[in-house]
Design a protein. Structure first.
Length: 249
Protein backbone atom coordinates (compact mmCIF):
# COMPACT_ATOMS: atom_id res chain seq x y z
CA UNK A 1 0.00 0.00 0.00
CA UNK A 2 1.35 3.41 -0.94
CA UNK A 3 1.77 6.12 1.68
CA UNK A 4 -0.90 8.85 1.74
CA UNK A 5 -0.02 12.10 0.01
CA UNK A 6 1.18 14.83 2.39
CA UNK A 7 -1.30 17.67 2.84
CA UNK A 8 -0.05 21.27 2.67
CA UNK A 9 -2.01 24.36 3.67
CA UNK A 10 -0.94 27.35 1.53
CA UNK A 11 -1.79 30.73 3.10
CA UNK A 12 -1.41 33.76 0.81
CA UNK A 13 -3.80 36.48 -0.27
CA UNK A 14 -2.35 36.57 -3.82
CA UNK A 15 -4.24 34.16 -6.09
CA UNK A 16 -1.34 34.09 -8.57
CA UNK A 17 1.12 32.94 -5.90
CA UNK A 18 -1.30 30.33 -4.56
CA UNK A 19 -1.74 29.00 -8.11
CA UNK A 20 2.04 28.83 -8.58
CA UNK A 21 2.49 26.95 -5.30
CA UNK A 22 -0.43 24.60 -5.98
CA UNK A 23 1.08 23.62 -9.33
CA UNK A 24 4.51 22.94 -7.85
CA UNK A 25 3.21 20.96 -4.88
CA UNK A 26 0.70 18.89 -6.84
CA UNK A 27 3.38 17.94 -9.39
CA UNK A 28 5.32 16.53 -6.45
CA UNK A 29 2.48 14.48 -5.01
CA UNK A 30 1.07 16.85 -2.38
CA UNK A 31 -2.57 17.56 -1.66
CA UNK A 32 -3.06 21.33 -1.46
CA UNK A 33 -5.55 23.35 0.59
CA UNK A 34 -5.62 27.14 0.24
CA UNK A 35 -6.48 30.10 2.46
CA UNK A 36 -6.45 33.79 1.53
CA UNK A 37 -6.69 35.24 5.05
CA UNK A 38 -5.31 34.44 8.47
CA UNK A 39 -8.79 33.79 9.88
CA UNK A 40 -9.57 31.33 7.08
CA UNK A 41 -6.19 29.65 7.57
CA UNK A 42 -6.60 29.12 11.31
CA UNK A 43 -10.10 27.75 10.80
CA UNK A 44 -8.85 25.38 8.09
CA UNK A 45 -5.94 24.20 10.24
CA UNK A 46 -8.27 23.34 13.12
CA UNK A 47 -10.91 21.55 11.04
CA UNK A 48 -8.79 19.21 8.90
CA UNK A 49 -5.54 17.25 9.21
CA UNK A 50 -2.51 18.92 7.62
CA UNK A 51 1.14 17.94 7.36
CA UNK A 52 2.67 21.31 6.48
CA UNK A 53 1.85 25.03 6.53
CA UNK A 54 3.20 27.59 4.04
CA UNK A 55 2.31 31.11 5.18
CA UNK A 56 2.93 34.57 3.75
CA UNK A 57 3.43 37.40 6.23
CA UNK A 58 1.41 40.06 4.40
CA UNK A 59 -2.16 38.88 4.95
CA UNK A 60 -5.12 41.30 4.76
CA UNK A 61 -6.61 40.63 8.21
CA UNK A 62 -3.58 39.83 10.37
CA UNK A 63 0.18 39.45 10.18
CA UNK A 64 1.44 36.01 9.20
CA UNK A 65 3.45 35.97 12.44
CA UNK A 66 0.15 35.87 14.35
CA UNK A 67 -0.91 32.86 12.29
CA UNK A 68 2.40 31.13 13.12
CA UNK A 69 1.96 31.82 16.83
CA UNK A 70 -1.68 30.70 16.88
CA UNK A 71 -1.06 27.42 15.02
CA UNK A 72 2.10 26.66 17.00
CA UNK A 73 0.20 27.09 20.28
CA UNK A 74 -1.61 23.79 19.66
CA UNK A 75 0.17 22.02 16.79
CA UNK A 76 3.71 20.86 15.99
CA UNK A 77 3.03 20.82 12.23
CA UNK A 78 6.03 22.19 10.23
CA UNK A 79 5.56 25.86 9.29
CA UNK A 80 7.52 27.64 6.55
CA UNK A 81 7.18 31.41 6.20
CA UNK A 82 7.27 33.20 2.83
CA UNK A 83 7.86 36.93 2.65
CA UNK A 84 9.42 39.75 0.67
CA UNK A 85 10.77 41.02 4.01
CA UNK A 86 14.35 39.91 4.66
CA UNK A 87 15.07 41.70 7.95
CA UNK A 88 17.25 39.46 10.13
CA UNK A 89 15.58 40.49 13.38
CA UNK A 90 12.22 39.52 11.93
CA UNK A 91 13.56 36.13 10.84
CA UNK A 92 14.79 35.50 14.39
CA UNK A 93 11.43 36.58 15.80
CA UNK A 94 9.50 34.21 13.52
CA UNK A 95 11.78 31.29 14.28
CA UNK A 96 11.41 31.95 18.00
CA UNK A 97 7.61 32.02 17.56
CA UNK A 98 7.85 28.50 16.16
CA UNK A 99 8.35 28.75 12.40
CA UNK A 100 10.60 25.98 11.09
CA UNK A 101 12.07 27.93 8.19
CA UNK A 102 11.90 31.23 6.31
CA UNK A 103 12.09 31.70 2.54
CA UNK A 104 12.47 35.18 1.02
CA UNK A 105 10.53 36.07 -2.14
CA UNK A 106 11.22 35.69 -4.99
CA UNK A 107 12.21 32.05 -4.60
CA UNK A 108 12.57 28.98 -6.80
CA UNK A 109 10.11 26.12 -6.36
CA UNK A 110 12.99 23.64 -6.14
CA UNK A 111 14.44 25.57 -3.18
CA UNK A 112 11.09 25.65 -1.40
CA UNK A 113 10.53 21.93 -1.99
CA UNK A 114 13.98 21.17 -0.58
CA UNK A 115 13.12 23.13 2.58
CA UNK A 116 9.77 21.34 2.75
CA UNK A 117 11.37 17.89 2.52
CA UNK A 118 13.75 18.81 5.35
CA UNK A 119 10.93 20.05 7.56
CA UNK A 120 8.86 16.92 6.93
CA UNK A 121 11.83 14.63 7.60
CA UNK A 122 12.52 16.44 10.85
CA UNK A 123 8.89 16.04 11.89
CA UNK A 124 8.95 12.33 11.01
CA UNK A 125 12.19 11.88 12.94
CA UNK A 126 10.66 13.59 15.98
CA UNK A 127 7.57 11.38 15.85
CA UNK A 128 9.39 8.11 15.18
CA UNK A 129 12.37 8.82 17.41
CA UNK A 130 14.81 8.16 14.57
CA UNK A 131 18.22 8.28 16.31
CA UNK A 132 20.66 8.84 13.42
CA UNK A 133 21.26 12.04 11.46
CA UNK A 134 23.53 12.26 8.42
CA UNK A 135 25.12 15.47 7.15
CA UNK A 136 27.40 14.63 4.24
CA UNK A 137 30.30 12.54 5.59
CA UNK A 138 29.14 13.23 9.16
CA UNK A 139 26.93 10.78 11.10
CA UNK A 140 25.43 11.70 14.47
CA UNK A 141 24.03 8.73 16.40
CA UNK A 142 21.87 10.46 18.99
CA UNK A 143 21.01 7.23 20.82
CA UNK A 144 24.65 6.14 21.23
CA UNK A 145 25.92 9.75 21.60
CA UNK A 146 28.49 8.93 18.91
CA UNK A 147 29.76 11.16 16.09
CA UNK A 148 31.52 9.70 13.05
CA UNK A 149 33.26 11.45 10.19
CA UNK A 150 33.86 9.17 7.18
CA UNK A 151 33.04 6.26 9.51
CA UNK A 152 35.77 7.25 12.00
CA UNK A 153 34.66 8.19 15.49
CA UNK A 154 35.36 11.76 16.58
CA UNK A 155 36.28 12.88 20.08
CA UNK A 156 34.21 15.90 21.13
CA UNK A 157 34.06 17.80 24.39
CA UNK A 158 30.68 17.70 26.23
CA UNK A 159 29.85 21.24 25.07
CA UNK A 160 30.84 20.49 21.47
CA UNK A 161 28.67 17.38 21.47
CA UNK A 162 25.69 19.19 23.03
CA UNK A 163 25.95 21.94 20.39
CA UNK A 164 26.06 19.39 17.59
CA UNK A 165 23.23 17.41 19.19
CA UNK A 166 20.89 20.43 19.20
CA UNK A 167 21.77 21.21 15.58
CA UNK A 168 21.20 17.55 14.63
CA UNK A 169 17.80 17.55 16.29
CA UNK A 170 16.88 20.41 13.92
CA UNK A 171 18.93 19.15 10.96
CA UNK A 172 18.23 21.05 7.76
CA UNK A 173 16.56 23.94 9.61
CA UNK A 174 18.10 27.11 10.92
CA UNK A 175 18.56 27.25 14.71
CA UNK A 176 18.79 30.73 16.20
CA UNK A 177 21.73 31.97 18.26
CA UNK A 178 19.43 32.44 21.25
CA UNK A 179 18.04 28.90 21.08
CA UNK A 180 21.49 27.35 20.84
CA UNK A 181 22.83 29.44 23.71
CA UNK A 182 19.84 28.58 25.89
CA UNK A 183 20.06 24.84 25.16
CA UNK A 184 23.85 24.54 25.51
CA UNK A 185 24.78 27.17 28.13
CA UNK A 186 21.47 28.00 29.83
CA UNK A 187 19.04 30.91 29.85
CA UNK A 188 21.42 33.33 31.58
CA UNK A 189 23.76 33.17 28.57
CA UNK A 190 21.28 33.82 25.72
CA UNK A 191 23.13 37.02 24.78
CA UNK A 192 26.68 35.64 25.05
CA UNK A 193 27.10 35.01 21.32
CA UNK A 194 30.90 34.97 21.64
CA UNK A 195 30.58 31.57 23.38
CA UNK A 196 28.76 30.27 20.32
CA UNK A 197 31.23 31.68 17.79
CA UNK A 198 34.16 30.07 19.62
CA UNK A 199 32.56 26.63 19.86
CA UNK A 200 31.25 26.68 16.30
CA UNK A 201 34.78 27.42 15.14
CA UNK A 202 36.16 24.54 17.24
CA UNK A 203 33.47 22.18 15.99
CA UNK A 204 34.13 23.08 12.37
CA UNK A 205 37.81 22.27 12.85
CA UNK A 206 36.74 18.71 13.66
CA UNK A 207 33.85 18.08 11.24
CA UNK A 208 34.55 20.21 8.17
CA UNK A 209 37.03 19.17 5.43
CA UNK A 210 37.65 22.89 4.90
CA UNK A 211 36.69 24.77 8.08
CA UNK A 212 37.09 28.20 6.46
CA UNK A 213 34.53 27.23 3.79
CA UNK A 214 32.01 25.23 5.81
CA UNK A 215 29.58 22.96 3.96
CA UNK A 216 28.17 20.94 6.87
CA UNK A 217 27.64 23.54 9.60
CA UNK A 218 26.69 26.73 7.78
CA UNK A 219 26.03 30.25 9.03
CA UNK A 220 22.69 32.00 8.58
CA UNK A 221 23.93 35.57 8.86
CA UNK A 222 22.45 37.46 11.79
CA UNK A 223 20.11 34.56 12.63
CA UNK A 224 21.93 31.38 13.64
CA UNK A 225 23.33 28.14 12.19
CA UNK A 226 22.08 25.25 10.08
CA UNK A 227 23.34 21.66 9.95
CA UNK A 228 23.00 20.73 6.26
CA UNK A 229 21.26 17.38 6.09
CA UNK A 230 22.07 14.79 3.43
CA UNK A 231 19.64 14.26 0.57
CA UNK A 232 18.31 17.82 0.30
CA UNK A 233 18.88 18.05 -3.46
CA UNK A 234 15.80 17.72 -5.62
CA UNK A 235 15.31 17.45 -9.34
CA UNK A 236 13.03 20.29 -10.33
CA UNK A 237 10.35 19.54 -12.96
CA UNK A 238 9.62 21.95 -15.75
CA UNK A 239 7.66 24.84 -14.26
CA UNK A 240 8.50 28.55 -13.81
CA UNK A 241 11.46 28.67 -11.41
CA UNK A 242 10.57 31.75 -9.39
CA UNK A 243 7.42 32.60 -7.54
CA UNK A 244 5.79 35.78 -8.81
CA UNK A 245 6.56 38.84 -6.76
CA UNK A 246 3.81 39.98 -4.43
CA UNK A 247 1.94 42.96 -5.80
CA UNK A 248 2.50 46.30 -4.07
CA UNK A 249 -0.32 47.62 -1.94
Amino acid sequence: MSEPSPIVLVIDDEIQIRRFLRTGFELNGFVVHEAGTGTEAIRSATLRPIDLVIVDLGLPDMDGADVVERIRSWSSVPIIVLSVRSNEAEKVHLLELGADDYVVKPFGMAELLARVRVALRRQMRAVSGEPTVKAGPLTIDLAARAVLLNDKRLTLTPKEYRLLQVLAQHAGNVVTHQHLLKEVWGSIHVHDTHYLRIFVRKLRQKIEPHPDSPKILVTELGVGYRLVQSGNELDAPAWPESAPAKSET
